[in-house]
Design a binder for this molecule. Structure first.
Ligand SMILES: Cc1ncc(COP(=O)(O)O)c(C=O)c1O
Ligand SMILES: N[C@@H](CCCC[NH3+])C(=O)O
Length: 421
């Protein structure tokens, strides 16, 4: 459920007409709905309300400060994967006690920053990382609460490139070594063993693989407790899929919560969730304007003012974001278009053979479900400024990230003296 609906022929975000936003802020443009963000957070927290649970929003999905502050106001924690994300989460008002730190490559300075902040949990992904963390925490005279991320040999996800739980993937420690590493961790200075962590992939629409992985983890937790290793938390990662097209029906948060309760049985643990896409995905759309319609060799291209640098998911994962005209056409006459951008790459294409009502130069189009892994993965290829982001709340709207000027883009570059002298 989201708050991007037509009123008459015009697409709105909550109480704001999208053409007004395009007029005010220009295109391409990301537009986020506060009500949708809050709703998604609320649905998930209500589904887990009978359980001791920390919802650590996965900052990587959409890390805009305004999005983080909105979720912070709802009580969300954060799952961060870099020093930069830790900085953002704290800056947006998410308390350190609700922050977990994931990722395979945490640097010394990132670990130190997280130790200094006093975060809730380090999700450790390797033995060398455990040793490094132990050393750094000991030097500070503190104990780092850790969960080991296990690789359960259960992979899932909407595309091979966003699946993480198989042996071939770089994530987590080996399943068969887990108990030994926990034993080792128990004796390490600077380490407080707190939990087990798992994350098998993203855009998972079927609960079955999650259940399989979770059952393995719960089995492991019981064995660890039998070994007097005090596991008090299970971090289930993120991964819940969302509907990208009308008719998609992914597993719901309540199905997911029921599965978790069922698998946990009488096991008393804090559950940590790291939802990203589920919170932000359908809370954002991406607006672009048609620059040209070009017909050539039997194909019809709608050339947009947005490119793969703004929304990379189609080029990276062949993802199709449903496209809606911002103002519905007066006629039902449809045409087939290749929806492409201005970038000099053949992968700069949002959709091929996409059937829609007739498009014309100047028309606005909206790509739906673009709130997660959209703006955060944008880049300035072809020296196209990273585009603006707007947050809507009822009738209010404001710029939450402005596009840089060309001058700002080049301001961190310099020409060495030997070239010009
Ligand atoms: C460790 C970890 N946690 C959480 C997430 C968020 O995943 P999603 O956006 O699918 O909920 C990811 C990304 O897949 C991840 O790698
Ligand atoms: N970037 C991916 C999701 C990756 C999740 C990272 N843990 C996507 O757009 O679908």
């Amino acid at each position: 459920m989201h708050h991007f609906e037509y009123r008459g022929d015009v697409l709105y975000c909550e109480d704001v007409a999208i053409p007004d936003l395009a007029e005010t802020y220009g295109t391409p443009l990301y537009v986020y709905s506060t009500a949708t963000l809050k709703r998604h957070y609320r649905v998930l927290s209500e589904a887990f309300e009978t359980q001791s649970c920390l919802i650590a929003y996965s900052v990587k999905a959409n890390s805009n400060l305004a999005v983080l502050a909105t979720l912070a106001s709802m009580g969300a924690g954060a799952d961060v994967v870099s020093g930069g994300e830790l900085y953002r989460a704290l800056k947006a008002g998410i308390p350190a006690e609700k922050i977990v730190f994931s990722g395979v490559g945490k640097s010394v300075s990132e670990l130190n920053a997280a130790l200094d902040a006093g975060i809730h949990q380090f999700n450790v992904e390797s033995i060398p990382e455990l040793h490094r963390l132990s050393r750094l925490a000991e030097a500070r005279g503190v104990k780092a609460p850790i969960a080991l991320r296990v690789n359960p040999h259960v992979a899932a996800g909407g595309h091979a490139n966003i699946s993480t739980g198989a042996a071939e993937h770089k994530f987590g420690i080996a399943w068969h070594e887990a108990k030994d590493i926990y034993k080792e961790a128990m004796d390490m200075p600077g380490i407080q063993v707190a939990g087990v962590d798992v994350h098998i992939g993203s855009q998972i629409t079927d609960i079955a693989p999650m259940r399989t992985a979770f059952e393995k983890v719960v089995g492991l937790v019981r064995e660890l407790r039998d070994m007097n290793i005090p596991i008090e938390r299970i971090d289930l990662g993120g991964g819940l899929g969302i509907p990208y097209r009308d008719g998609d029906v992914p597993a719901s948060p309540s199905d997911y919560a029921a599965m978790v309760r069922d698998v946990l049985g009488d096991l008393d643990v804090q559950v940590i969730l790291e939802p990203g896409r589920m919170i932000a995905g359908n809370a954002g759309i991406f607006i672009s304007r048609v620059e040209y319609i070009k017909e050539r060799d039997g194909r019809r291209f709608a050339i947009l003012d947005a490119g793969m640098n703004d929304l990379m998911r189609p080029a990276l994962y062949q993802a199709v974001h449903e496209m809606k005209p911002v103002v519905k056409s007066a006629s039902d006459w449809t045409q087939t278009y290749d929806l492409v951008g201005p970038i000099c790459e053949s992968t700069d294409r949002f959709a091929k053979d996409y059937e829609t009502t007739e498009l014309h130069e100047g028309d606005l189009v909206a790509f739906m479900s673009a709130g997660a892994y959209g703006a955060v993965m944008s880049n300035q290829y072809n020296t196209r400024p990273i585009c603006a982001e707007v947050l809507v709340d009822g009738e209010q709207h404001d710029l939450v990230r402005r596009a840089p000027t060309f001058e700002e883009i080049v301001s961190s570059e310099q020409i060495p003296k030997w070239i010009t002298s």
